[in-house]
Design a protein around this ligand. Structure first.
Ligand code: MG
Length: 383
């Protein structure tokens, strides 16, 4: 079997690193053609040395240094902020692992879709802000999207091969770092407290989003887009053990669930090798050791960000884009210790409520809404 060409966009983040572990586990199956990173140069250099990609996108100020160091490899370097989408559309690339975070993934996503690639998105922002457009284009260009986000992967796996229509999807949530913390202590939570996620090790932005449950709100919208579900068809359930990654309910009352250890290598490998299921090298689930799996209703009063995100999901149009943009700005301010934890929601709510929604947005409307939301957020944050 000739190896499949792989582009990993966001190779130095937690999904990118796990993606390369999947490559290491299946060395004959994949050839790393392209890598993109932002500013983690030390790790990127290691990856270039090991995988010898033909193309590398990175923050522009590092290009000359890398060109000099790797002159013997004849790598084509480009500016990650402007040209990352070129890597997604390369002829030699069969699969794009979209592991970069943020709204910047939208252009590479669309490019990969328009070139009819297989796309394994771990990035949820692009689907949140322009999901309808991505799915429409994917149909038009026969692109295949196999989600990497553990919940979306679970839903995909439960739906695969089913001929009957789905009644409901139960999106599970571990509950984040604050599940058992009383709400009166929220204002005292430091960045360090919030970054201590009980189940998953992820990047800082998504770990904060898990603490506010905003991440689940984004996943709700992501699931709507990926699987064409109505607002009423998705139910969020807190499942602290994070063993069931989501469930699908059919009209006869049957529920199908996907269970696995909490290790992102599994959904990544599944997305890269689908429809095959190869040995992942991971420990199997020990059901007896687990003893029990528990479920709770999400507390929308305690976690108003989720409540707001659900309202945004229902309203649609440019509003999810605004929610994503303001959340990026506000979480960044929290991580830089400019605001306290409880201000995250307050600023987001203010900006979301001020937005005049455009329905069926064009790409231009989306960029405008994104810019508007960031401006509004910055005005509140830095004034
Ligand atoms: Mg997830």
């Amino acid at each position: 079997m000739t190896p499949q060409g792989l582009a990993i966009l966001g190779s130095t983040g937690s999904i990118g690193v796990n993606g390369l572990k999947v490559v290491d586990w299946n060395p004959k199956r994949f050839k790393v053609v392209a890598l993109s990173a932002y500013s983690n140069i030390t790790l990127l250099k290691e990856q270039i040395r090991k995988y010898k990609p033909k193309y590398v996108a990175v923050k522009i100020e590092f290009i000359s240094e890398l060109k000099f160091e790797f002159s013997s490899l004849k790598i084509k370097f480009c500016d990650v902020e402007k040209e990352a989408s070129q890597l997604a559309g390369l002829k030699e690339v069969d699969i794009v692992l979209l592991a970069m975070r943020g709204a910047g993934a939208l252009e590479p996503f669309l490019e990969a879709v328009r070139k009819g690639k297989r796309i394994a998105p771990a990035n949820k922002e692009a689907l949140v802000i322009a999901g309808d457009m991505i799915i429409t284009e994917a149909r038009k260009y026969n692109a295949v999207i196999i989600p990497v986000d553990s919940e979306q992967s679970a839903i995909f796996q439960c739906l695969d091969g089913q001929k009957a229509p789905v009644k409901k999807v139960h999106l599970t949530a571990s509950g984040g770092a604050l599940r058992d913390v009383p709400v009166k202590s929220f204002s005292k939570m430091t960045v360090k407290d919030i970054l201590r996620h009980p189940r998953w090790r992820m990047g800082p932005k998504i770990t904060v989003d898990s603490a506010t449950l905003m991440n689940k709100g984004f996943e709700f919208i992501e699931a709507q887009k990926l699987f064409g579900l109505s607002f009423e068809q998705i139910n969020i359930v807190i499942h602290p053990e994070a063993i069931i990654h989501s469930m699908v309910e059919f009209y006869d009352g049957s529920l199908l669930a996907q269970l696995a250890v909490t290790d992102m290598r599994l959904p990544i490998q599944y997305a890269l090798t689908y429809p095959e299921r190869l040995d992942s090298g991971l420990k199997p689930l020990d059901l007896v050791a687990l003893k029990s799996l528990t479920f709770q209703k999400p507390d929308l009063k305690k976690f108003p960000a989720l409540d707001l995100a659900l309202e945004v999901a229902q309203k649609g149009g440019t509003l999810p884009c605004v929610l994503n943009a303001v959340d990026e700005e506000v979480v960044d301010a929290f991580l830089k210790e400019k605001i306290v934890f409880t201000s995250i929601y307050k600023v987001i709510e203010k900006v979301v409520c001020r937005h005049k929604i455009k329905s069926d947005p064009t790409l231009n409307d989306i960029y405008e809404a994104d810019n508007w939301a960031r401006r509004e957020a910055k005005e509140i944050l830095w004034r």
